[in-house]
Design a protein. Structure first.
Length: 386
């Protein structure tokens, strides 16, 4: 099969690494890709969010199967566009991707289906939101309703911080349309974990647990990021907890979407908060996590491609995946200044030496190759997480 992976981050490098190892893959493309992916696939400079460009590329290269990595094109309907062009694509439809694209949609779905999650309210008016915050007190969580590159969640320690966050989003246009409405919810205490499950619209195949860490600095301090590291397995996530997560959160969600005529096909990323009462939903994402994908792919012993195909074609209930018993951990290298403003173009050194260490696999995120120097190809930082 000629396979195209859409995206160019660490998640997509890990997916390309797994897909390239499949005997089903005869030619691998990635758009736009990065310097690391270019060692595995033919990278073509088409942006992940350029939906017409991605479809045109897939038609031109006679792609048999597309795997979409990032959230933004999924929420914008890229799978619908591929499907309309007669190209098989992995990932949820635009309607099903609202699970990630609209926090208020997901919270309403939870309320309607008795899915355990934080108490919340949804606001578009600053004064009403401020009144709610003052009534609830702090700590409290303010979330931009739409996609905000992993930075739209503010855990406010004080009422003033929460009000500032609301004003930034609703009046200050901090996240544009994504912050035109906000969800304000109770602060949940406990231990966070990520759970992933492949879905074919009806059946669900659980993957192994992972745990990521989003704060920028050591000791779980600093602003939230897209993720600074992850490990798998997650020690807190045992078989009993997996069963409760499936029974109380995943299956009710999959059934509700199917009943609404918008079946979820792809991977359901379940962000959890776990306390003495059990798991509660923090958020849904409609794609693999980054950096959790990197540790999941390191532990996966089965061929990934048949599992992805089964999400689209059906039949996940006839599939099983094998996992290594070894633990995996990933640590993110980030450009100085991230997640705020950061420079681009600094050289990343030591990659060859690190790759020679037993058990180490380097996945590139925001990198690009520079061939202009006299000393051969250099790898440069081209993003926040590299």
């Amino acid at each position: 099969m000629r396979i195209l992976v859409v995206g160019g981050g660490g998640r997509e490098h890990a997916l390309c690494w797994a897909i390239a190892a499949s005997p089903l893959c005869t030619k691998l493309f990635c758009a736009p890709g990065n310097a690391g992916i270019a060692q595995l696939a033919e990278c073509i400079d088409v942006g992940a969010e350029d939906i017409p460009g991605q479809v045109a590329l897939a038609v031109r290269e006679k792609i048999d199967f597309v795997v979409v990595g990032p959230d933004a094109p999924l929420v914008a309907g890229i799978v619908d566009a591929f499907t309309a062009a007669g190209i098989k694509a992995w990932g949820p439809s635009k309607a099903a991707a609202r699970l990630e694209g609209s926090k208020s949609f997901t919270k309403a779905l939870c309320r309607e289906n008795n899915i355990p999650t934080a108490a919340y309210e949804h606001f578009t008016d600053v004064a009403a939101a401020e009144a709610y915050i003052r009534a609830q007190g702090a700590p409290i969580v303010v979330k931009a309703d739409g996609l905000a590159a992993g930075k739209g969640v503010i855990v406010a320690e004080t009422v003033d911080q929460a009000i500032e966050a609301v004003r930034d989003m609703l009046a200050g246009n901090r996240f544009g349309a994504a912050g035109a409405s906000v969800v304000i919810e109770e602060f949940m205490q406990g231990e966070e974990a990520s759970f992933f499950a492949l879905c074919d619209g009806e059946h669900v195949l659980p993957l192994v647990g992972a745990q990521d860490h989003k704060r920028a600095f050591d000791g779980d301090t600093g602003p939230n990021t897209g993720g600074m590291g992850a490990y798998s397995p997650a020690p807190i996530f045992d078989a009993a907890l997996q069963k409760r997560t499936m029974d109380e959160i995943v299956m009710p969600t999959v059934r509700a979407l199917a009943k609404a005529g918008t079946p979820f096909k792809g991977v359901l990323y379940v962000g959890l908060m776990i306390d003495a009462k059990g798991p509660r939903l923090v958020e849904f994402n409609c794609r693999f996590g980054d950096p959790e994908t990197q540790v999941l792919m390191m532990r996966l012993k089965s061929d990934l491609v048949p599992a992805l195909l089964a999400c689209v074609d059906g039949g996940l209930n006839h599939l099983d995946l094998r996992w290594s018993n070894d633990a995996a951990i990933t640590v993110i290298l980030a450009t100085k200044g991230y997640p705020d403003a950061y420079p681009k173009g600094s050289e990343i050194r030591g990659l060859d030496a690190a790759a020679k260490v037993e058990g180490v696999q380097i996945f590139h995120a925001g990198t690009k190759a520079d061939n202009t120097g006299s000393d051969g190809t250099r790898i440069l930082a081209n993003g926040g997480r590299v």
